[in-house]
Design a protein around this ligand. Structure first.
Ligand code: F6R
Ligand code: MG
Ligand code: MG
Length: 373
């Protein structure tokens, strides 16, 4: 049976700055999702990660469906009213347009969707990250789908032996979607050459070359491309199907033990390691660190099981300690060099204005007179 999985997520307000949505906001969104989604969706799940709320929906209406997108938009608008009533910070922050116009893409909320032929058991993972951008998924996806050092299935599972196709988007091109398709393992070095720059080149989807099935869908929107100015980090979501012809769930989770450095954290302008945390975890230290949650589901006829909170497992306590230490170590060098993102990625314009003023104060020193012969 063909089923579409849609995740639509937005930051519509949070307590104490950009920390976490209030209970009232979260429960309003959940109530509305269950009531308003009734005729449209087969099943749904509402989750929060940092200050973001995500709606996961299964349905039969295909990707980019206007009714599903409008449902999500209306729920976020209703949530924003509660956020305003409660005086939550950044109420309605990610709703960048006044009114809905057919599809939430380009309107602020992040979207990851895929239409699949549902397997008898359909295990999949729903990742959500806060205080970072979609490039944060580049390294974990490369390791999980292209590197036998991480994924023994690439050596051991016959259906994985022919590798995976990566669709990569240049997110700096705002005139239209610019994408490239590259095959692992033959074009591994080309994939690596692009993914090394996660602020520009972002994995959009991954496909099995053995069966043609889609394994991964990532939300690739860049808010500053939409709004033309800083409105918050992009805080991406992604869906990953696992097992059988795809990497095992554990092979997809394993790369998150690295705590790799990603763009995000304070004022969306720093390089910090990303920390895998339990579902519903808010933000804290240094408006971060960047967080990722992962809910594992099985699905049958479009109906979800309850989620397993993969990063709540005790294994990840050691990882969190390691990531916290890495983060504090990076912060010891404050604003200098690698600790802050490059100029083009800084989310606030203050420094650009400052540099323009300072530029006028630079003087060109006259060359020293040549010594007499
Ligand atoms: C928000 C974020 C935060 C804010 C910071 C300042 O996602 O990353 O670090 O940038 O708290 O927020 P404003 O400018 O809203 O006071
Ligand atoms: Mg925010
Ligand atoms: Mg956020």
């Amino acid at each position: 049976m063909k089923i579409t999985l849609s995740v639509i997520k937005a930051d519509i307000g949070s307590i104490g700055g950009h920390l976490a949505p209030s209970d009232e906001l979260f429960h309003t969104v959940r109530r509305r999702m269950h009531a308003d989604g009734e005729p449209l969706v087969l099943d749904s799940y509402v989750g929060s990660t940092g200050d973001d709320i995500a709606l996961l929906m299964s349905h039969r209406r295909g990707e980019g469906d206007a009714a599903i997108h409008k449902l999500a938009w209306d729920i976020f608008v209703a949530g924003t009213a509660v956020a305003k009533q409660q005086g939550l910070y950044g109420a309605g922050q990610d709703l960048l347009r006044e009114s809905f116009s057919g599809n939430v893409r380009g309107m602020g909320p992040a979207v990851a969707e895929m239409e699949i032929e549902e397997r008898a058991s359909e295990p999949f993972l729903f990742f959500a990250a806060d205080k970072t951008d979609p490039g944060a998924f580049n390294l974990p996806l490369y390791l999980a789908f292209a590197d036998p050092m991480n994924t023994p299935g690439l050596l051991l599972a016959p259906k994985m032996a022919s590798g995976f196709r990566f669709v990569i988007m240049d997110v700096m091109r705002i005139d239209a979607d610019h994408v490239i398709e590259l095959n692992a393992p033959e074009e591994l070095y080309d994939i690596a050459a692009l993914l090394r720059d996660p602020e520009r080149y972002v994995v959009e989807s991954v496909w099995s070359r053995a069966t043609g099935e889609q394994a991964v869908a990532v939300a690739t929107s860049r808010l500053h491309n939409i709004a033309g100015k800083y409105t918050g980090k992009d805080d991406p979501v992604m869906l990953v199907r696992t097992q059988m012809n795809f990497p095992a769930t554990g092979e997809v989770l394993a790369p998150w033990a690295t705590g790799h450095f990603v763009g995000g954290g304070m004022r969306g302008s720093h390089q910090l390691p990303i920390m895998p945390v339990p579902l519903g975890t808010g933000t804290s230290w240094f408006d971060g660190p960047p967080l990722v949650t992962c809910a594992a589901f099985s699905m049958h006829d479009g109906r979800f099981t309850e989620p397993i909170d993969t990063f709540a497992h005790p294994f990840w306590n050691t990882v969190r300690e390691h990531v916290a230490n890495k983060a504090m170590e990076m912060r010891r060098q404050g604003f200098v060099g690698a600790a802050m993102l490059p100029m083009a990625e800084l989310e606030y314009t203050g420094i650009t204005e400052k540099l323009a003023i300072l530029e006028k104060r630079f003087v060109t020193r006259a060359p020293a007179a040549a010594p007499a012969a």
